[in-house]
Design a protein around this ligand. Structure first.
Ligand code: GLA
Length: 407
């Protein structure tokens, strides 16, 4: 369980259920966690590997039917409310409602028409911190709308439609990692996802000496937004390099490509495209090595991979910043720390640290003190273990089967 200075919602662990089993006359409450990524960053839009886990922040989506057929959206976190009729196809409004409305649009495109509803969103996922507040909202909303409409979709389909909501309605060019892990995560495990095939493996975090470690997330409080330009620029540069490699070697994407192939094509792409691809190809390799380190229960090997991943993001992908680099460097010098790196989209946001369980609280305090001295910013730290993906809370009243039994 995580400790945090913030108001913290009740446990996010619990059974999920088959939406079709829910009685639609009752309010339905869906809960979706946040996520951190342990390794494999910016690899999820060029067919690569990622290794995230779900963390115990949560979005709560509560949905109840309305008799007038309207769609009504409210949140305790934002002042704007929105009411739409079923025929509405208006574009994004550039506020929080774009995320749930984007999910509704995806369902409508698939011919799924929920009955009228009141959807209320609340939660404690920090915004702009790189822990996926938007994907958490999308997945919680998707599960709530599907439950109300009595429609069953696979976990993969839910993740894909939530991602499309963000790409096509919010116009944020994110990959599939966040929505997938928030949907499919398993407590006590990281999720290894092949973002091309959408196949995945739950990797236990309690083997050997890894059982004695915890994840400490540190929020630099430097705001991050995937929708702003830098993410899109990095993505285009990566895709430019990928296109050269696809043409030259017939690979499907960067997920297939080796560093030797990249080097052989260096003169055919811009220096920026070369460096972005070098980060992505080397991070895919680090995820494969991290999988072995997890099965071997080896936090030393895992921590080294995290540090190499950070150096690659800082120097080749150029998505770090002075504050985050300071947090990573400071962390590595603290007792009990095996590894640290920037997590998520970058340009601020959070670091993720692998720390001996006996040292995690002292580590978090020392990191905050050093950061405050250097930047006069009060960082927030969250000591956490991996939790389950999204689920429907009040299903013991109605459900007979578990969605997770199906995967
Ligand atoms: C953001 C995006 C993800 C992924 C990460 C970087 O979190 O939403 O799809 O690209 O950045 O790994």
């Amino acid at each position: 369980m995580m400790t945090t200075e913030k108001n913290f919602l009740e446990s996010t662990a619990g059974p999920s259920s088959h939406p079709a089993n829910l009685a639609s006359r009752h309010a339905i409450s869906c809960i979706a966690p946040a996520r951190v990524n342990l390794l494999g960053e910016h690899t999820d839009y060029t067919g690569g590997l990622v290794l995230p886990m779900a963390i115990p922040f949560a979005t709560h989506a509560t949905i109840s039917p309305r008799t007038d057929g309207l769609y009504h959206f409210t949140s305790s976190l934002f002042p704007e409310a929105l009411t739409l009729d079923r025929s509405d196809r208006s574009p994004a409004r550039r506020n929080w409602t774009d995320y749930p409305v984007g999910v509704l649009r995806q369902l409508q495109q698939r011919g799924i028409v929920p009955p009228g509803f009141d959807l209320h969103l609340t939660g404690n996922v920090p915004f702009g911190a790189g822990v996926s507040s938007s994907a958490s909202v999308e997945v919680a909303t998707a599960m709530a709308l599907l439950a109300l409409a009595n429609v069953e979709l696979s976990l993969e389909d839910i993740a894909v439609l939530a991602r499309r909501a963000e790409n096509e309605y919010v116009h944020s060019p994110c990959g599939i990692m966040d929505q997938f892990v928030i949907t499919a995560a398993k407590a006590g495990h990281a999720l290894l996802l092949d973002t091309r095939a959408l196949t995945y493996e739950h990797l236990p975090m309690n083997k050997g000496n890894l059982a004695q470690t915890q994840i400490v997330v540190c929020n630099s409080m430097v705001k991050h937004s995937v929708a702003t330009g830098e993410y899109g620029i990095r993505r285009r540069e990566s895709e430019e390099g990928q296109a050269v490699l696809v043409k030259k070697f017939g690979v499907r994407d960067l997920g297939d490509t080796t560093l030797a192939q990249l080097e052989a094509a260096q003169s055919e792409m811009s220096p920026a495209a070369f460096r972005r691809c070098r980060h992505i190809i080397s991070d895919n390799a680090r995820v494969r090595e991290a999988r072995l380190a997890m099965f071997a229960g080896d936090p030393i090997a895992f921590g080294k991979l995290m540090l190499a991943g950070h150096a690659s993001e800082r120097d080749d992908f150029e998505c770090s910043c002075a504050e985050v680099d300071f947090l990573v460097e400071t962390a590595t010098a603290l007792p009990g720390c095996f590894g640290a790196r920037l997590t998520g989209g970058g340009f601020g946001g959070c670091t993720v640290n692998l720390v001996a369980r006996t040292h995690s609280e002292a580590f978090a305090s020392a990191l905050k003190v050093a950061y405050k001295q250097r930047f006069n910013i009060a960082a927030e730290t969250y000591v956490c273990d991996a939790v389950d993906g999204a689920y429907i809370r009040n299903t013991h009243l109605h459900s007979t089967s578990s969605m997770r039994d199906r995967v």
